[in-house]
Design a protein around this ligand. Structure first.
Ligand code: SF4
Length: 426
């Protein structure tokens, strides 16, 4: 369920059923204006809806004044410990301020920041991290870390509500994936405000992406979460944005650019798939259309499970086939497969429809049919999967038959003396 409340950061709506917003954080020293702006432009190009910048010094506030006017996407100022920096970031025009109400010097300081945010119409993100819960929750944290995280977050929410301020979103972040999932599920039940999701210090591009996909993917699949940030140990913040998009695309929550599908390869592989898939992935980054492109390592199965793909390639015997939506487009020498694929994609992008040459298509179809016939008995991973699925269907049909043939159980019923309604006696 999306959050009931919605806030607006710059021109981006968060919560209340708005598309899940992708955000990231710059890795530069914010005061280094040109480096920070370069990175902001790169993350915006990669699809970030929002960007956060660290503001730990006065010089960062100075740079922030310019950044908010030059950034193509709304800018969130990230403040820790120093409430005067939060006040100054609001004055500098930050589109949102993120702070942890537990570490900026007590409720009076929080109230001062809230007053300034209210006057400027600036939303806030209040967040708790597993590593910095307030002291009075440390014992609870040892006994029940999930309850402790949720309690910390709801205490901050209560503080905001007492200050009559509701223009905020909330985050609970933990390095522990199960705790992140459980605490966000619990928090979504308890508060109506938009939720920012993230796994703290997720790790390297490889492990961090996986942890984030599992953690955030699970929460998002429940319909919880209004904006996400992937935290990766890389200087290239755009990598975080790409991972965020892959998660949202995989769940069907948002669409952006092409989707690449590729077989896992096996001993029947007919071309250098590693290189080919990497090249296709790189070249697809230049396209905006949400086309699906499939790469099959061999033509033994025909087009099979990739028959729904907008475009695809497969190969055999030094030749390759370009196909589209289950039909052959043309066959080409294998060393021309990738270029030929992009020629077809470009034709599609220009004409807004798949452009097919009848003669080339029928040549391709014949070639494919011959390869399929030649390999009809091969037990490929795809054919094994299809056989397993068929066997499972048969098993279910048997079970259905057995249960249909069973005599109906005798029901021992009697009527309630009070309501007259019939009930089963146990
Ligand atoms: S049999 Fe399937 S997994 Fe193996 S190379 Fe061919 S398409 Fe890929």
């Amino acid at each position: 369920m999306a959050s009931a409340r919605q806030i607006t950061v710059g021109d981006v709506k968060i919560g209340g059923g708005a598309p899940v917003a992708v955000q990231t954080m710059t890795k530069t020293e914010t005061a280094n204006l040109s480096a920070t702006m370069d990175q902001i432009r790169r993350v915006a190009e990669a699809g970030a809806d929002l960007v956060r910048v660290a503001v730990p010094r006065e010089s960062d506030v100075e740079a922030l004044r310019t950044i908010v006017t030059q950034s193509p996407i709304p800018v969130i100022a990230d403040i820790h410990f120093n409430y005067t920096l939060a006040l100054k970031a609001i004055d500098a025009g930050a589109h949102c301020v993120r702070l942890n109400p537990g570490n900026i010097g007590g409720p009076e300081k929080v109230a001062e920041v809230v007053e300034r945010a209210r006057a400027a119409g600036t939303p806030m993100r209040i967040g708790v991290n597993s590593g910095s819960l307030p002291k009075h929750l440390h014992e609870l944290e040892r006994a029940d870390p999930v309850e402790a995280l949720v309690t910390a977050a709801t205490e901050f929410v209560t503080l905001m509500e007492r200050l009559d301020f509701e223009n905020f979103k909330v985050s609970i972040k933990s390095t522990n994936v199960p705790n992140t999932i459980a605490s966000n599920r619990m928090l979504a039940q308890r508060i109506p405000y938009p939720l920012h999701l993230g796994i703290t210090e997720a790790g390297t591009k490889w492990s961090g992406s996986l942890k984030s996909a599992v953690g955030l993917g699970t929460i998002l699949a429940d319909g919880i979460g209004d904006t996400i940030r992937i935290s990766l140990s890389t200087f290239h913040a755009e990598e975080e944005v790409k991972v965020a998009w892959e998660i949202l695309k995989a769940l069907g929550l948002r669409q952006r650019g092409p989707v690449l599908i590729a077989c896992p390869t096996c001993g029947r592989l007919q071309f250098d798939m590693d290189r080919v898939v990497a090249e296709i992935e790189r070249r697809l980054e230049a396209y905006e259309d949400p086309i699906e492109v499939a790469v099959l390592g061999c033509a033994v199965n025909g087009i099979g499970e990739a028959s729904h793909a907008d475009f695809g390639i497969t190969g055999a015997k030094n030749e390759g086939l370009i196909f589209s939506r289950g039909k052959a487009l043309r066959k080409v020498p294998q060393d021309q497969l990738v270029d030929a694929l992009f020629v077809e994609i470009d034709k599609y992008v220009k004409a807004r429809q798949v452009v097919s040459d009848e003669r080339a298509a029928s040549e391709g179809a014949e070639w494919l049919a011959a390869i399929e016939a030649e390999n009809a008995g091969e037990l490929t991973p795809e054919r094994l999967a299809a056989m397993e699925a068929a066997a499972a269907d048969d098993e279910q049909a048997d079970l259905d038959l057995v249960s249909a043939l069973k005599p109906a159980p005798e029901i021992d019923e009697e009527a309630s003396p009070v309501t007259g309604r019939r009930f089963t006696r146990s």
